[in-house]
Design a protein around this ligand. Sequence first.
Ligand code: KG4
Ligand code: ZN
Length: 404
Amino acid sequence: MVRHAGDFRDCANINISFGGKQIVPTRILGIESSCDETAAAVVVDGRVILSSVVSSQLDIHRKYGGVVPELASREHLRQIVPVVREALLQAGLDFKDIDAVGVTQGPGLVGSLLVGVTYGKVLATELGKPLVPVNHLEGHVHAVFLEAHLDGKVPELPAICLIVSGGHTLLYHVQPAAGNGDGAKRGFDFRRLGGTRDDAAGEAYDKVARLLALGYPGGPIIDQIASKVAASGANFHEKDGLNFAPVKIKGNPYDFSFSGVKTAVLYYVRAHPEFTEEIEARKKALQEGRRKAADLMPLCSPRTLSLISKFQSAVVRDLVTRTLAAAAETGSRTVLVSGGVAANSELRERFASKAAKMNFAVFFPSRALSTDNAAMIAAAAYPHLLAGDVATPDLNAEPNLRLA
Ligand code: KG4
Ligand code: ZN
């Protein structure tokens, strides 16, 4: 049965409330396809994850050192049906048991987003269930709440949220949206405080890793090598070693800039021809599939190891300093950190130690919830569903969608 115009809205009214009260748990199927992960998940009442399935395209994009949009959308097309089926299977549910479909509308790559949006529309129409468009960034904020929920915690608002990934470096002030109930039901109001003026932090990691032939994505490998260098207690003080000064930005103190750090690495590598040989050796290792820190670290000179750990410290110091300054300035006692780079161990440690001294509570999602996933999309869809904020049939992907 195919339903037509206006259906998503009608369905929202029919299915979710009776006499203004929620009477049954609401099971939302979340769909995420904004970048290079095809993901589906089932979440109950915005906080209880029944399943979360992520199909990563890393192996496809690795040889190009970054996401290739055309390949990404083609792969989403291949993966979306099996990934959704798997999410339902793992949740022990059938399509008919789903109360609503939540789908990432933007921001992201247009071809990738269109796969999820088109599939979501067709599915919701066929099932006669409401379709809820979700802002991917709002999803990242809900990811922190999903994780806290697993520990029986609810982060207190107002909060400062840092969303830091390969595509974004953004700071928001987060407050409960108007209405009743907890954050899961009410959702949030956002005020944008700042964002990157050039590269996202994860993008800088990826580009530096490419320059140094450390593979793709750059974040995890640089994180692991820098941790091992720190754990070894090695201290590479070199007279002409590269030292990163704190990033200076005119105007908004909550804006970020990482292209200077990346360019400093580039110029340093160019100025030192002795790097060529080890870079070639690492390229060869990568071609042979030896990608782990244990494979690549022995192929790094002390000077390269120093460069890697100083690069990471410079990025982490900047992220932590600006975020905590924003928390202090706005009187927020809570800091939320989300996105792929939130998995970084030095970032977590530095946030935890600095925030404890300043009496802030810091919340991170687990690695699985930090990177792109659909549980966060289903969670973010829930308050919008309750508010009747559901899609009309002309819903389209919005590659530049903003949160605030
Ligand atoms: O959120 P995500 O999966 O995708 C988007 O970009 O939206 O984030 C991926 C980014 C990549 O740039 C990757 O290098 C970075 O997150 N990343 C990390 C770590 N793990 C992933 N950066 C630093 N440390 C990590 N442990
Ligand atoms: Zn993301």
